[in-house]
Design a protein around this ligand. Sequence first.
Ligand code: ADP
Length: 298
Amino acid sequence: MIELIDYLIDASLVLILVLFVVQTIRLWRRDRQARFLADSVVNQEKMAAMGNLLAGIAHELKTPLGAVACSLDTDRRAIDKMSVVLADLENLPLDAAAVEKLAQVRKALNIVDSSKPVLEQALERTGQLVRQLRLAGRGDHEDPVPVDVNGLVKGALILLTHELKQGLEVDLQLGEIPPVSGWPGPLGQVFLNLIQNAGQAMDGTGKITVTSGVDTGQVIVTVSDTGPGLPAGSQEKLFLPGWTTKAEDKGTGLGLFISKRIVERHEGQIKADNGDSGGAVFVVTLPAAAEGTPPTDR
Ligand code: ADP
């Protein structure tokens, strides 16, 4: 009888222990679920706030951008008219002083005219950025389109006209290449970053060479310069966010980090090295789009 009581006590203890463990696990799970849900709600709220912020910025930028585009169009038409009138005046029999004055006006008009492509590129790029911001705000993105990489390189050079014009030579060796599938705005940013870095590395004098070509279905673009080359021991740090050797007001250390992410989003690669004769060489490799897809210069 005593043995039976002992057995029952032992069995009850085991049962209590099992129930205790089961209950503890249940509570722990419930707690974890509750924390997970709380975290998700906080994350969702954060994402929604971020989305609203991006959409807000895009909205705020759209109006001044539209105003700039409109003014540019009006200016353009006014300049065209002035040019026609000026041509008429230039054909009149005028004295030497008047001819001299007209030559000055023509020179000024030509200067205004030469900034047209830069302004157009800048507007196009800003428009693309606003579009991306608006889509990111909605948690959305644009579908990839066939992109003309040579066009992006030329666009980047136009945008950098003022930065590169002092003493820098640019050698463009663009081959016949197929389009790549992707997003022209971000991809254009990659070439802008690489060419801008090359220019800044040379501090005023030197040569930037940009080549493009195709090899076994891969579009290859190289950007090389005759600057001092990559800083010693920088190979591992180069693409890390925030790594810069530039002055505080010049460098953020984000250009190469962002460029790498963009290229990888296009299923490509970006590599950096020093050239045989010094200077840095950046090589971007991107898979060509499937055949039959015409490029866009969007
Ligand atoms: P940032 O230009 O703001 O410094 P990047 O990520 O574009 O940021 O570049 C990081 C660093 O890589 C630069 O500070 C520089 O030290 C180095 N670098 C990039 N491009 C070149 C280049 N063409 N020649 C020499 N160093 C370069």
